[in-house]
Design a protein around this ligand. Structure first.
Ligand code: ZN
Ligand code: ZN
Length: 351
């Protein structure tokens, strides 16, 4: 079968991949569509160290092809969106509704794929590898969605939407009437904007250096748009309740902290290099302010993916508008060029 493989030096589309049958508690999914997220490119450029060879992709949706022993919540033919969280479901963190904190759900890459006549093993990225015609995931990762949602749109729920909307609803817990500033309006930032709208935030300021982003930012929920955070104080003289940094630059993290109102919180979603350090005035945090990290929107995938799918059906959550280009998997290089040039919110590959 076809898939996008990074061999440690080059990334290319191959047609000699195979995937094993689902074992107990696993699901085999025929991928229909998968979004190209920056994390996939970060594996290729080394920002995210990952063993190779590896099948890329971690934001996908498709149709269940087979289930392993003990899987009862989905059946062949069901449409599913996939999460990247291979949590155990039995530890104390899973039990208290914090699967993103499960210690089983990070840094244990499996090798369900093989390549070529020699059946050389190939790693799975983010417990997912959605850039393949078929992949095997744990049962907890396959979330059933209504069959009438286009799979090219549903594909985006599993990373960008869970991360951005989840950060607003689950981590920051934005409340009705709150003020929100979103720095950076790429794929994550747009989802933070629509999360703020869902939460009932009153003032939602989008900040992006590119003025051309204004229309789409307003579409997703921004009430104001600025090309620099300098102007935020004119709109919010006492500061903001929540500032989301979605770019991953330390000077913008500092700006996010400096923009906080009393009891405000800065939520860090951008990913700077692993050794980056940021600074802030200690005195600037005295008035009950906080700086929050957030993994994967603090999501509970079986609950949240189903919720976002239903909000989409009701017209309250935008997915189609996030898909700015669709390519067959053979054109991975074109999708990559679009993403690297920043021309698209999300390029989606189809299989
Ligand atoms: Zn991603
Ligand atoms: Zn667990």
């Amino acid at each position: 079968m076809r898939g996008v493989v990074f061999d440690g030096e080059r990334v290319r589309v191959v047609d000699d991949l195979a995937v094993r049958e689902p074992g107990p508690g696993e699901v085999l999914v025929a991928i229909a569509a998968a979004g190209l997220c920056h994390s996939d490119l970060s594996v290729v450029d080394g920002t995210i160290p990952f063993p190779a060879p590896v099948v890329l992709g971690h934001e996908g949706a498709g149709v269940v092809e087979a289930v392993g022993v003990g899987v009862t919540h989905v059946a062949p033919g069901d449409h599913v969106a996939l999460s990247t969280l291979a949590h155990c479901g039995t530890c104390a963190e899973c039990d208290r509704g914090r699967p993103t904190m499960c210690r089983q759900a990070i840094g244990r890459p499996g090798k369900p794929f093989t390549r070529g006549a020699g059946a050389d093993p190939v790693y799975q990225f983010a417990a997912n590898s959605a850039f393949a015609e078929r992949t095997v995931v744990k049962a907890v990762q396959a979330v059933r969605i209504p069959g009438d949602i286009p799979l090219t749109s549903a594909a985006l729920i599993g990373c960008g939407v869970l991360t951005g909307v989840g950060a607003v609803l689950n981590r920051a817990r934005v409340d009705r009437g709150d003020s929100v500033v979103v720095i950076g309006t790429g794929g994550i930032g747009l989802n933070v904007l629509q999360g703020a709208r869902l939460a009932g935030a009153l003032t939602v300021v989008a900040v992006d250096a590119h003025p051309a982003k204004e229309a789409v930012a307003r579409r997703f929920g921004a009430t104001d748009f600025l090309t620099s955070a300098e102007g935020v104080r004119e709109l919010l003289p006492t500061g903001a309740d929540h500032v989301f940094e979605c770019v991953g630059r330390v000077e913008l993290i500092r700006q996010a902290v400096d923009l906080l109102d009393r009891r405000g919180q800065a939520i860090l979603l951008g990913v700077p290099p692993a050794t980056a350090e940021a600074s802030f005035l200690v005195s600037s945090l005295y008035l009950d302010k906080s700086i929050l990290g957030c993994r994967y929107g603090s999501s509970r995938p079986q609950r949240d993916i189903a919720l976002y799918a239903e909000l989409y059906r009701q017209g309250r959550l935008l997915l189609d508008e996030l898909v700015t280009a669709v390519f067959p998997v053979e054109d991975f290089d074109k999708a990559r060029a679009e993403a690297e040039a920043g021309r698209v919110a999300r390029a989606v590959l189809t299989f």
